[in-house]
Design a protein. Structure first.
Length: 387
């Protein structure tokens, strides 16, 4: 008998809640809104000067730089060129992510591989010192999936993941115009998670559109109208809208919900989710998201699925965390499709300025009333560099 998705997520969340914390939003440090540290109001993309300073002075380890190095000194060294000051109107950046992994270690079918996941250059141009008017753009390497490498019509290996204009009309309302991530759910760093790949908000699912963020404590509202990615064929572009609403219960606890409605020439999408961010103790926090995925093809039967995520991070010592992430997905919310379960656990470290290291083990399991499939295992090592 299959375990219902919502019950599974609840059990896992409770079982890990005493030793967990949530990345990427660092709500365990009291930062409930992404707008404080990123140019993009919902995270991802380049950090502001404030965000760079926070990361350097509060998050990274002092093991390499030395315990005597002050937090103020680290903050001053967090710029693109370290302490060297750039003109106030320009903020360049660079992001690299590399992954080495081994599947099913010890078995005859084991495979080892290294993948360059991302190599992006970014630029933020500020038109005034209050940063009311900002243009943000990124351009970089995109690894073409192995299944498309021999395709004569394969996509380019270089693309822009975002380029938009941000206008802070006042302290409460900010507008965004251009190519950006859809406003939906929690943007965790793992772009392979079910909460991103199955929903349509993965690493390269950006869209052109207009987004507004309205903040009136304790609320934050984000409507987003979009027309798809113009780099895609016109018939494949998902056009529609999404809406997010989040409320701060207190500085370390935020609840929210998301909806998204869109369609192209082949299928209509409806997504709904509830999500929560909770911080406890210094640096410890928990992220949780559960949602519905409804796909209605223009010809054929509709499929109503569900997914769940609980991601935690427990502070071991400054700069080092124990990471645990549990996921659930069922394509039809019935015994017609298997329950896909995944558990990722390991070390997340920020050992030096602008550096991130991950070592994780991933266990996958598919539960079905008709078949029994053995667990899959993989070992992953990631290096992230952010200038």
């Amino acid at each position: 008998m299959q375990l219902p998705g919502i019950l599974f997520l609840l059990l896992i969340t409770l079982s890990f809640s005493r030793q967990a914390s949530a990345y990427p939003d660092f709500i365990g440090y009291g930062y409930s809104s992404c707008m404080l540290c990123h140019y993009n109001g919902h995270g991802n993309g380049p950090l502001t000067d404030y965000g760079r300073g926070v990361f350097a002075s509060e998050i990274i380890s002092k093991g390499i730089v030395g315990e005597k190095t002050s937090d103020e000194e680290l903050s001053q060294r967090s710029g693109f060129l370290g302490k060297k000051q750039l003109p106030w109107w320009v903020r360049p950046g660079f992001k690299y992510r590399g992954l080495w992994f081994q599947t099913n270690p010890g078995s005859e079918s084991t495979m080892k591989k290294f993948v360059h996941m991302q190599a992006d250059a970014s630029l933020a141009l500020l038109f005034d010192q209050d940063q009311k008017y900002v243009v943000v753009a990124s351009y970089g390497y995109y690894p073409v999936p192995a299944s498309l490498r021999n395709d004569p019509n394969k996509p380019s290996e270089f693309l822009s993941r975002e380029h938009y204009f941000r206008w802070m009309k006042n302290d409460n309302l900010t507008w965004f115009f251009g190519l950006m991530d859809k406003a939906y759910g929690i943007r965790i760093a793992d772009h392979t998670a079910y909460s991103r790949t199955r929903v349509g908000v993965a690493q390269n699912d950006q869209t052109y559109g207009v987004m507004a963020m309205y903040r009136k404590e304790p609320w934050e509202f984000t409507p987003h109208v979009f027309i798809g990615n113009l780099a895609q064929n016109a018939d494949q572009r998902q056009k529609g809208l999404s809406f997010m609403a989040e409320r701060d219960i207190h500085q370390y606890f935020r609840l929210g919900g998301s909806t998204m409605f869109s369609q192209n020439d082949y299928v209509g999408w409806t997504r709904m989710a509830g999500h929560a961010k909770y911080g406890y103790g210094r640096g410890n926090s928990l992220l949780a998201e559960a949602g519905m995925i409804m796909n209605k093809p223009k010809s054929g039967d509709a499929k109503n699925g569900a997914y769940g995520l609980a991601q935690s991070m427990a502070l071991i010592k400054r700069g080092y965390f124990f990471l645990s992430q549990v996921e659930y997905y069922n394509q039809t919310m019935s015994t017609k499709s298997p329950d896909n379960l995944k558990w990722t656990f390991g070390l997340l470290a920020f050992p030096y300025l602008k550096t991130e290291f991950r070592f994780t083990v991933v266990n996958g399991r598919d539960l079905s009333d008709d078949t029994v499939v053995g667990d899959s295992w993989s070992i992953q090592t990631q290096l992230h560099l952010s200038l």
